[in-house]
Structures are given as C-alpha cells and as structure tokens.
Design a protein around this ligand. Structure first.
Ligand SMILES: NC(=O)c1ccc[n+]([C@@H]2O[C@H](COP(=O)([O-])OP(=O)(O)OC[C@H]3O[C@@H](n4cnc5c(N)ncnc54)[C@H](O)[C@@H]3O)[C@@H](O)[C@H]2O)c1
Length: 316
C-alpha cells in the first residue's frame, strides 16, 4: 500500500500500533482510538512523523470527529477485544463492535470511502466440527457475544459492499501475538509470574489448543491479501498447527529463566478457560496460501518470539 490516506481504527492498540508501523513509511496514516483499552504509549514513536496523526475519538461518534476528510482506506481494528467478559456484559460487544462498525460504515458511505479491511475472528465459527476450519464452513454458531458481534459486523460489511460498491476484505484471525500486547495468554502469564514466580494459575485444563500468528505476519498479510483481492472476500489468517496453553506456560516459564513453577489449573468450564472460550481453534489457511503469502513464524515460533518481545517490553 503506497500513497494512500488510511484511517486505522483502534490504532493505539496492539495490532493497530503494529499496523501503523508497517504503513507509515509510504502512506498518510490517521490512528483513531478512544483509548478505552490502552493509553498512547504505542503510538508515541510515530508522533514525530509527518505522515502520522492521532485522533482520540470513538467509532460510535464519528460525526463529531474532525480531520477525516479524504480517507481512501479504512483498516477497522477498534473493538472490545476482551472475549472473556462477554457472559457478564454482552452489551459491550454489541456497542463497541456491532453498533461501532455500523457507525463506521455509515461514515464510509457518506464520505465515499470505498475500501475496508476488517479484523474478524475465528470465534465466528463457534465449536466447529471440521478442523482445520475453512472459510466456507457452516452454519456459524458462535458461543460468545464477541463471536456473535464479529459475525454481525461481517454481515454489515458485505451488505454495504453490495449496496455501495465498497471493497471489504474480512480477516478471521487466529490468536495474534507479539510486541505491544494489551491482553492475551502470554501477556497474562508474564504478568502473573511477575507477581509470583513460584506458582502460575492457568485458566482451564491447559489442553486448549489454538493457532497463534505473529503480529507482523498478521498486519503484513492483511495488506498483501487486500491488495491482491479483486472483490469483497473473507480469509482466515493463522498457522496450520496449534499450540496448547500448557505448552505456552512452559515457553513463558523457560523464557523468564524460572525453575520450579507449580501450575495450578482452574479446570474452568469443561476445561475451557472461561464460559464462551472455544477449546480448539484451528483455521484452514489454504485460501491464504493460494494468494502466495507465507508467514515468517509458525504457531510455536510465534509464541516464542512474542514471549521474548513481551518480556523485554516489560523490562524484565
Ligand atoms: N489479538 C487477537 O488475538 C485478536 C484475534 C481476533 C480478532 N482480533 C481483533 O483485532 C482487533 C484489534 O485487537 P487487538 O488485539 O489489537 O486489541 P486492542 O484492545 O489492543 O485494540 C483495540 C483498540 O480499539 C480501541 N477501541 C475499543 N473500542 C473503541 C471505540 N468504540 N472507538 C474507538 N476505539 C476503540 C481500544 O482502545 C484499543 O486500543 C479487534 O477488532 C479484535 O477484536 C484480535
């Protein structure tokens, strides 16, 4: 992507700040974020660039946000990214994700912005009976309000695409890991071990298995695939193999140079970390591979690299 004016919603967050870093050399980038999940620390390094502007604003209220004229492309990452609290408060997923995406699409319609890249999630599939799960698997039966909200967003994007000639590329992410984390299993384990390096509480039974993708592979493949794709389409982004939660605990403990750490499994809900947690998530990535894209790190490699980077960012 070169010479475009790009609005990155959620641009101060984990994936957003990595996206800004990738785009900023060759594009004019506006990061919009309401800072509900993170402060401005990850966008601070871009402030000196003439190509960058940060706007503190909410996707639910874009009409009051100045400076959004002439945008060519929206990369839509703003969302409630915490899957865990859905059962206690599903309205957060509805407000931030569904209503927020609708409001963003209305801004795009009125301002004639014709391209959107959207961060969806493997959670739309729910507990899929086919593994690895391809994009055309169905019916979707999400088991969390987060997954349900992403499914609704996908539908609005394809409808707006049909009505108003918007090209939408929808990406169903595996678990994304890497620098500037704001949440997730690696981040949680490191924080817990920082407080107590003799014991580690592990949500669930540790056998939960998911595919992990390094954040740089995530943002670069999004741009690569969107540019190759001729029409509105949906792609899984992930790695072919999975990494278990217990294996992640081992990787984190070893990277922190700790010896005897006692793992305390909560057992969770049928071995899940929490109500709404999908126990095994493995995405089919043949469609991604057919574009010619190759990830730099596999699932275990992504976890190892992300652990190193997170430990170093926390100054440990
Ligand atoms: N990290 C993952 O593993 C993963 C997996 C699947 C999908 N996703 C999706 O990728 C996107 C980015 O996730 P992330 O991991 O970087 O999370 P993140 O929480 O670090 O980033 C999201 C950002 O959006 C901002 N935000 C939230 N609601 C907003 C609103 N109403 N208006 C403006 N800004 C708002 C938050 O302050 C935060 O900075 C999200 O849409 C998330 O659902 C992430």
């Amino acid at each position: 992507m070169k010479g475009r004016k790009i609005l990155v919603t959620g641009g101060a967050g984990f994936i957003g700040s990595n996206m800004v870093e990738t785009l900023i050399q060759d594009n004019e980038v506006i990061a919009l974020d309401n800072l509900s999940n993170v402060d401005e620390r990850y966008v601070e390094p871009f402030r000196s660039s003439g190509n960058f502007k940060f706007i503190r604003g909410d996707i639910n209220d874009l009409s009051s946000v100045p400076g959004l004229d002439g945008v060519d492309v929206v990369i839509h990452l703003a969302a409630n990214s915490d899957v865990r609290n859905g059962a206690e408060n599903p309205s957060v997923d509805f407000q931030n994700n569904v209503a927020g995406t609708f409001s963003l699409l209305e801004y795009m319609r009125k301002s004639e912005v014709k391209e959107i890249l959207f961060a969806s999630s493997s959670t739309v599939y729910g507990e899929a009976s086919v593994m690895p799960t391809p994009e055309n698997y169905g019916p979707y039966m999400p088991i969390s309000s987060y997954g349900a909200s992403k499914m609704a967003c996908e539908g609005f994007i394809t409808a707006y695409s049909h009505y108003y000639g918007i090209k939408g590329t929808i990406f169903r992410f595996a678990n994304i890991v890497g620098k500037n984390s704001t949440h997730g299993v690696i981040f949680d384990f490191i924080k817990k071990l920082q407080k107590n390096n003799r014991e580690l509480e592990i949500l669930g039974d540790g056998t939960q298995r998911k595919s992990y993708l390094y954040v740089e592979d995530c943002v670069k493949s999004m741009i690569y695939v969107h540019e190759k794709s001729q029409k509105t389409d949906i792609y899984n982004l992930g790695n072919p193999l999975t990494t278990s939660v217990s294996r992640i605990a081992d990787i984190v403990v070893s990277a922190m140079g700790l010896g005897d750490v006692k793992f305390n499994y909560t057992g969770g809900v049928n071995g899940r970390g929490w109500k709404g947690d999908v126990k095994i998530a493995q995405l089919g990535i043949e469609k991604l591979a057919s574009t010619g894209w190759k990830n730099r790190y596999d699932s275990d490699g992504a976890v190892v690299q992300a652990t190193k980077e997170t430990i170093s960012q926390m100054g440990l």
